[in-house]
Each structure stands twice: as C-alpha cells, then as structure tokens.
Design a protein around this ligand. Structure first.
Ligand code: ZN
Length: 259
C-alpha cells in the first residue's frame, strides 16, 4: 500500500505535508525540524511519573508537536500520507545514533507502541513499527546491539484521538498486552519503547507496565515529537492539544527481527 500511495504521489500534485509547499512531499525546511538531536521531554507528560521516588521514565524526542511538525504528523497518521513513513523513520534513526551513550551497551529490544485494530485497518498497519525499525538501525549504527520487537498488541479500547489524560489512561488500562508467544523473549531484557507522539504519557506508561509484568526492564522511550505540556502553558483548550499520542496501527514492517 505504501508503494501504491507513493506511486500515486508521482501522478497527482503533491504538497509538503508540513508547510504546504508545492511539488514536494516533505520539504528541506520541514525536514530540518526533525534533523536535530534527541532531547528529553518526560517532564511534559504527567503520566510517566509513578511517584515511586525514582522519577519519570526518560523519554527522548525530536521536535515539539506543533506547527508544521504537527500538521505533518496528522497527515501521516490520518490523511494517508504514508510517504512520510520513510523520512520520519530515517530522521529518528539518525538521531538515535546519539542515544548510545544514554542507553548503555545493550543488547536492547526496541518495542513499538501498538494500536487498535481499527487504527491499523485505517492506516494500513502500525506506523510506529517503522519508527522502531529506524531507532533500531540507528542504535546498531552506533554500535549498540538492538532489535525492533513488535511484541505488544492493543486488544480492545478505543483510539486515543481527542481524549484527555484521564480518559487516555482509563482507555488503555488492561488493553495493552503481550501475546503468549512473545513472553519468553522479554524476560530479563532491556527495552526501549517507541511511539509517534508523546502527549500525556498514558500510552508509554501502559506499555511500560505491560512489558515489566512480562519481565522486561524498560529503560526509556523515544518519540518522533512531543506535545508541549499543560504545565508550561496556563490552560490549553482541548482543541489545541495534539491528538496524536495514541499508539498507532500493526503491519509488520519488513526487516523486523522476530527472534
Ligand atoms: Zn515543508
């Protein structure tokens, strides 16, 4: 499907998914917004601190989910711009090379946040799988043994779009699970979680809890973008909140390690 959409893009007029510039799918100016180093953003996501004295889970991200970046992510997830999968995964992969000093010597499993079956059908797969492949490639390029491992599934619950923090957490509770066939590979393994956008942190927190119950050690998370937290702005009306922190869609991307 990705190939078909990319082919279609050659036949019909395209515009930059970020800024709307004509005749280019993803312009150099917008690409530069995702070309920097990863930075820590967990202080924006209230759901990541379990109040156990150890502080919130470290989360690294590439950009604020605002402006052209937000527009491009929405186009990617909900408007069929699957041609962005490749540049997004490549940007995250390049940046992930810089994580080698933060995540230790490995080996690491890179686990994408899962999505609902409905979201997978709508998007033709789990777009986050490709981001996990990118992060894995970046770590391997930096000398850290790492394998993408799509071991989580969303069994029920609604998509997270448009939900507030409390509703997201309630929606996710109990719905992220590890299928029995994947349990053995998680025991005593270090894991890095990957998602598209960090919003409240509810998605990453639910994945972390599920992975830890399966015996894994979750050392952090990486996201493409991060919504500026409500604490840094007096009170954001819900309409301005980036509705993208949900785990996305389940097609297994070619090249994912299954062992
Ligand atoms: Zn642009």
């Amino acid at each position: 499907m990705t190939f078909a959409r990319e082919l279609l893009g050659l036949l019909v007029p395209v515009e930059c998914a970020g800024c709307g510039l004509d005749d280019v799918a993803w312009c150099a100016s917008c690409a530069r917004r995702l070309a920097g180093r990863l930075w820590r953003c967990e202080d924006r996501a209230t759901r990541l601190d379990r109040m156990d004295g150890r502080g919130p889970l470290p989360v690294w991200t590439l950009a604020d989910c605002t402006g052209h970046v937000r527009r491009a992510v929405v186009a990617w997830k909900d408007r069929g711009r699957l041609d962005l999968t490749r540049p997004f995964a490549a940007a995250l992969g390049s940046a992930a090379e810089g994580l080698s000093v933060d995540v230790g010597a490995g080996p690491l499993l890179v686990v994408p946040c899962p999505s609902t079956a409905a979201a997978r059908r709508r998007r033709g797969g789990n777009l986050v799988d490709a981001l996990a492949v990118g992060v894995g490639n970046g770590l391997v390029g930096a000398g850290v043994p790492a394998w993408p491992a799509p071991v989580l599934v969303r069994s029920r619950g609604h998509d997270q779009v448009g939900l507030g923090a409390r509703e997201r957490a309630r929606n996710l509770a109990g719905h992220v699970r590890v299928p029995t066939r994947h349990r053995a590979r998680l025991a005593d393994r270090d894991v890095l979680v990957v998602d598209d956008v960090l919003t409240t942190g509810a998605t990453v927190a639910a994945c972390r809890s599920t992975l830890e119950r399966a015996g894994a050690r979750v050392i952090g998370a990486v996201t493409l973008a991060s919504t500026p937290g409500p604490q840094s702005v007096p009170r954001l009306p819900p309409a301005r909140e980036c509705p993208l922190g949900d785990p996305s869609p389940g097609r297994v991307v070619r090249g994912l390690a299954r062992g």
